[in-house]
Design a protein around this ligand. Structure first.
Ligand code: CP
Length: 321
């Protein structure tokens, strides 16, 4: 695998999504089985935004494979980067990303990039301008550690977690919008929708009107505006906030209705569903204390599976170097 930005990359690398999950479960059973693969290879992790899980789990994955790791936080200690070509650089950004990227590439073998949507330009965000510049100019394989429109390492970990806990072949999985005080990108729900449909689960998205995801990610998923109706019979409930995507509302908060906060009220109509969230989560905005602390909550196992999804992705990249 050269780059990893979406579900198709791992499907092509492993032959199918089923094969990718099987490989993940085998690695989970023996996570140091390929510790020779990354010998004398260096992973550079570049963060334009904060992280706890991605930072730690991806480093751990690289260590599992015997790699060296360099971490760069662009906003802490590095030169501020200009990202637009053609600007007169007379402001507070002394380095251009078009020099910085190939320089970073010269110090490593693989690059992971975290770069959230900025909500300044929908076109820039949905064209993945930052991630694609790394792919184009670094000369190295690049993988997304959450970009503007997707978070595939998270969705792969979510898929592994569902496969470990499902009791029927084709579980009902519900992605629900929940309220949040800040406008958040659509990366996690976009990827989750993409991966759940690739897995061919019974997949439903529920959100207030106006929060429709981009069509290329929503695909053919059923959208149900009545949250209680969507939750009926669900085996897995995946909560996440996101800002509006459509039209002039891109990046805006349209709804603050706290009745969408996932509580025992909604969980009561499910099929004793597992609760999932990618974390970090704002308790009693997204989900109540009772639900996230219940025995049906999978938030810790899915975070732990981030190490596994990252190990599979790095293994596939290393095998292709
Ligand atoms: N879920 C996730 O990506 O967490 P971090 O933002 O802490 O990396």
């Amino acid at each position: 695998m050269r780059n990893f930005t979406c579900v198709k990359d791992i499907q092509n690398a492993c032959g199918s999504l089923d094969a990718a999950v099987k490989e993940a479960l085998a690695i989970k059973a023996d996570r140091f089985a390929y510790s020779h693969l990354g010998k004398n290879k260096t992973l550079m992790m570049v963060f334009f935004n904060s992280s706890l899980r991605t930072r730690l789990s991806t480093q751990k994955a690289a260590l599992n494979l015997g790699m060296n790791v360099i971490v760069l936080d662009i906003n802490q200690g590095a030169w501020k980067l200009e990202t637009e070509r053609g600007v007169i650089m007379d402001g507070d950004r002394p380095e251009h990303i078009l020099e910085a990227i190939p320089v970073m590439g010269s110090y490593c073998d693989v690059i992971g990039v975290r770069s959230f949507a900025r909500f300044e330009s929908k076109d820039d965000d949905y064209n993945e301008v930052i991630l694609n510049q790394f792919i184009k100019y670094s000369g190295r394989p690049v993988f997304s550690m959450e970009a503007a429109t997707g978070h595939p390492l998270q969705s792969f970990a979510d898929l592994i977690t569902i496969e470990e806990h499902k009791t029927v072949a084709r579980p009902k999985v519900v992605l629900t919008w929940a309220p949040h005080p800040k406008a958040l990108p659509q990366a996690v729900p976009n990827s989750f929708a993409e991966w759940m449909q690739a897995a061919d689960y019974d997949f439903v998205i529920t959100h207030p009107e106006g929060y429709e995801l981009a069509p290329e990610f929503a695909g053919n998923a059923r959208v149900e505006y009545d949250q209680m109706k969507a939750f009926e019979g669900a085996d897995f409930v995946y909560a996440k906030n996101w800002a509006a995507y459509s039209g002039d509302n891109y990046g805006k908060i349209l709804c603050t209705d706290r009745s969408w906060t996932v509580s025992e009220r909604q969980m009561a109509v499910t099929n004793n569903a597992h609760f999932m969230h990618c974390l970090p989560v704002r308790r009693n905005m997204i989900v109540t204390d009772d639900v996230i602390e219940s025995p049906r909550s999978l938030v810790i196992p899915e975070a732990a599976n981030r190490e596994i999804s990252a190990t599979v992705v790095l293994k596939k990249i290393l095998e292709n170097l």
